[in-house]
Design a protein around this ligand. Structure first.
Ligand SMILES: [Zn+2]
Length: 442
């Protein structure tokens, strides 16, 4: 049994090679739109290669011979052809046609909500989740006799086509990363979990640092100097990408989630998008999409591994992406970059030309507040993260939690730290300027 939901196994090249083989006269427009199956599928979690195999079946390998629909209808799955003599639905562009098909498959394969606006005119007619498996798309094979088509072994026919596609050896080096990004390295070993990261996710953040000059390079410098208690692997602004940690080192980036949602500092690669006024925000987002695509490709992952800080802890991050509802398009464009169907373009912006202010680089990036018994907030979280990382514990060896609240245990651990810095720090259980300076070398 083959699930409809999931990540495609066939590559774009395999699908293109296959269709040229079975239909040598296949129109160029069809070849060009094949990546859409993968990118549109990835957005909704539907296997795009299954959708493409279904299109091959429904359109007679895009010959449309004996089909009720024609190529210019952009209807590649017989949508709306409910009986003989009916012409079926039409869609404005191939992309919308493929999207409608993906959405229709999603309706059959899952009970989840769509990520994008519904374009499938028949979406609501489907009994949701009635065909988790491709085999059940055939009404005769479906245990409850729902399904996409009435013909015998409809699902098995799709699977047979898919298997032929997967058998295609394209002859190209699939392993080569086709996404190209220009990464500047400024690797830091400070405030991180050295050698303790086994990446399984790519996580997107925003710096929330609206200060002038707080660009990627400034953050990278501040991190290298140990001035940042929250750390990541990459900083991106509209001009450049800086790598600041090796992937094998764990960032201090999503610890506030306590692993509750499966994403931790020890299984993630973290990317921060800069929001400083000199950076063209949408251009920076576009760059981050390219970087995410590059990393996902490098690890052979799909966009199901692409997450927000929000997904790790419910923190409101990346703030502007969330506020402007940009996340679905972020995932979509990342998938497009992975499949070579997006070009590096960004929304036009009214922002002024970058002034490359770098004079105030160090010193203002992170301003920790005084932490004492009862304090709450980000400064407390950072203190707790540092104390835990350095092995300090509460009373009777009780482990500290990342509670963002300075409870008796946190203060106890802080005092132990201050004691360990005999002669350097006063043991007062308050994390003021001196203790912060000592902790993170501001
Ligand atoms: Zn974040």
């Amino acid at each position: 049994m083959l699930k409809i939901m999931g990540q495609a196994a066939a590559t774009v090249t395999q699908m293109q090679t296959y269709i040229k083989k079975v239909n040598p006269k296949v129109p160029d427009s069809v070849i060009k739109m094949i990546p859409l199956y993968i990118s549109e599928g990835a957005v909704e979690g539907v296997r795009g290669d299954i959708a493409f195999a279904q299109s091959c079946l429904e359109t007679g390998n895009f010959t449309f011979s004996g089909s009720a629909v024609t190529l210019d209808q952009n209807n590649f799955c017989g949508m709306g052809v409910t009986r003989n003599g009916v012409k079926g639905n039409s869609f404005k562009t191939p992309q919308i046609g493929v999207r409608a098909q993906i959405q229709h498959l999603q309706a059959y394969g899952s009970i989840g909500r769509l990520k994008q606006t519904v374009v499938d005119p028949r979406y609501t007619y489907v009994t949701r989740g009635c065909a988790e498996y491709v085999e059940y798309l055939g009404i005769q094979e479906n245990p409850k006799h729902y399904g996409w088509a009435a013909g015998k072994n409809y699902g098995s026919k799709i699977i047979a086509i898919l298997n032929n596609i997967l058998a295609v050896t394209s002859g190209t080096t699939e392993k080569e990363n086709t996404v190209k990004v220009n990464i500047k390295k400024m690797i830091s070993k400070k405030n991180c979990y050295i050698g303790q990261n086994k990446p399984a996710y790519v996580v997107i953040h925003e710096t929330d640092n609206w200060s002038k000059g707080a660009n990627a390079r400034a953050h990278a410098l501040a991190m290298k100097n140990g001035n940042l208690a929250g750390t990541v692997h990459y900083y991106v602004d509209s001009e450049s990408i800086y790598q600041t940690l090796e992937h094998s080192d764990g960032a201090w980036a999503v610890g506030d989630g306590k692993g509750k949602y499966g994403i931790t500092n020890r299984n993630s690669i973290n990317i921060e998008i800069c929001v400083n006024p000199e950076s063209d925000y949408y251009k920076a987002v576009d760059k981050a999409e390219q970087l995410a695509a590059y990393l996902l490709k490098q690890y052979g992952w799909g966009t199901d591994r692409l997450k927000r800080h929000y997904d790790a802890s419910r923190k409101h991050c990346p703030r502007r992406i969330q506020d402007e509802g940009l996340w679905p398009s972020f995932v979509h464009k990342t998938a497009a970059y992975m499949n070579g169907t997006a070009s590096a373009t960004a929304k036009p912006s009214t922002s002024t030309k970058p002034s490359t202010t770098t004079s105030k680089e160090a010193g203002y990036m992170f301003e920790p507040k005084l932490v004492k018994l009862g304090s709450e907030g980000t400064s407390v979280l950072l203190l707790q993260e540092i104390l835990i990382a350095r092995g300090f514990k509460g009373k009777n060896g009780k482990a500290l939690s990342l509670s963002r609240k300075a409870d008796a245990n946190t203060i106890y651990a802080l005092k132990q730290y201050q004691k360990s810095r005999n002669g350097v720090l006063v043991v007062d259980g308050e994390c003021g300027e001196n203790t912060w300076k000592d902790l993170i070398a501001i």
